[in-house]
Design a protein around this ligand. Sequence first.
Ligand SMILES: CC(C)(COP(=O)(O)OP(=O)(O)OC[C@H]1O[C@@H](n2cnc3c(N)ncnc32)[C@H](O)[C@@H]1OP(=O)(O)O)[C@@H](O)C(=O)NCCC(=O)NCCS
Length: 153
Amino acid sequence: MSIDYVEMTGVYSKIQELYKKTTQDSIIHRFLHPVADPTYVYRYLWGRGCRSLFIYYDNKPVGVVDVTPCGDGAEVAILIIDAYQGRGLGKAVAYDFAGRLKKMGFRYVLAYVSPENYKALAIARRIGAEIKCRDVCVVKYVLAEGGEEMCRR
Ligand SMILES: CC(C)(COP(=O)(O)OP(=O)(O)OC[C@H]1O[C@@H](n2cnc3c(N)ncnc32)[C@H](O)[C@@H]1OP(=O)(O)O)[C@@H](O)C(=O)NCCC(=O)NCCS
C-alpha cells in the first residue's frame, strides 16, 4: 500500500478542502461533536502544538493524522475521507504512526473515540491498545514502559 505523509500544519485552505470531502458523521466521530467549520478547531489545536500530516494514497490526499504531544505521550486522531474508508487505510496509518511516534521518543498514544465508532475501536483492538469506555472511549497504546503520566484534555 503506497502511503505518504505531508505536513500541513497551519495550512487552513488544505484542511478546508479535505473536510469538504468528509461527511458530518465522520466529523462527529473525529471531534466527538458536530463542527461547522473545522478550521476553527485546527486554529485551537495548532495553537496547542498539534501537528497535522496529510495522508496521501496513490498521490491523492485521503486523510489527515493530528498529533498533539502531551507529557510523555501524544494524542493522535486519524481521519480518512469517506470515499476511502473501509479499505484498510486507517489501520495502515495507525500501525505506521505507532512505529514513528515510538522512534520519536513518545511513550504512549492516546485517542478519544466514540463508543459507536466500530472501525476506530476495531483498529485499537487490533493493535492491542487498552480501551476504557464510558460516554467516550479512551484508547491508550503503550509504546514504551514508564509512560504513566496521562495528559488532561
Ligand atoms: C476510523 C477510521 C480512521 C478508520 O479508517 P478506515 O480506513 O475506514 O478503516 P479500515 O478500513 O482500516 O478498517 C479498520 C477496521 O474496521 C473494520 N471495518 C472497516 N469497514 C467496515 C465495515 N463497513 N463494517 C464492519 N467493519 C469494518 C475493518 O475490518 C478493520 O477491522 P479489522 O482490522 O478487525 O479487520 C475512519 O473510518 C475515519 O476516518 N472515520 C472518521 C474519523 C474517525 O472516526 N477517526 C477516529 C477517531 S479520532
